[in-house]
Design a protein around this ligand. Sequence first.
Ligand code: AMP
Length: 200
Amino acid sequence: MRLLLIGPPGCGKGTQAVRLAEHYGVEHISSGDLLRRHVAERTSIGRAAERCMSRGDLVPDGVVMDILRRPVEAAAKRGGYILDGFPRTVQQAESAYLVAKALGASVRIALFLQVSRPELIRRLLDRGARDGRTDDTAEVVNHRLDVFGQLTEPLLDYYSGRETLITVDGDRPVDEVTRSAISQLGAALQHRAGRIEQIG
Ligand code: AMP
């Protein structure tokens, strides 16, 4: 299983990624968590990323590719991964495609977790008050949602034209979203296996 989890901030990507990774027995790799670890450890990558992250902007593509390459390659060899928060731009998707192709691992599924903007704002402000994440303030939240619309949403067209894209309604209780994701993934995998059999 090689799954790309795409969705706006606050859609529940992290929560669903952990559950899906457990269900499929693969690794959960979160670009945001890896970046936050660099920031906490004050590495040179962390110092470069911190300013972008606190403003709600994306970290440069090259930095993200550098921190992900090794964990993704290792997970691919061990049976797969759920990538949470990557790719976030078409440019990142194209770079990831080339890396995956070189590994002979180019067929993947992209899952889009869809949630309405008012619900996202409500969840993110709740999380900011609860966990103190510095990018979960009203101003930064609105900017992150705009960045998602401008830079990440075009990925949906990109994936629907190339690989399997599944859209899951994330505006529901956590367990229901997980159940729906697993059932839609099952159907997509079966459909693809059927297609491969027909071609073969
Ligand atoms: P997340 O935890 O996925 O909400 O990510 C938190 C922040 O990390 C984002 O607002 C970006 O600043 C940065 N980030 C995470 N993943 C990426 C990515 N794939 N490309 C660029 N920036 C990223």
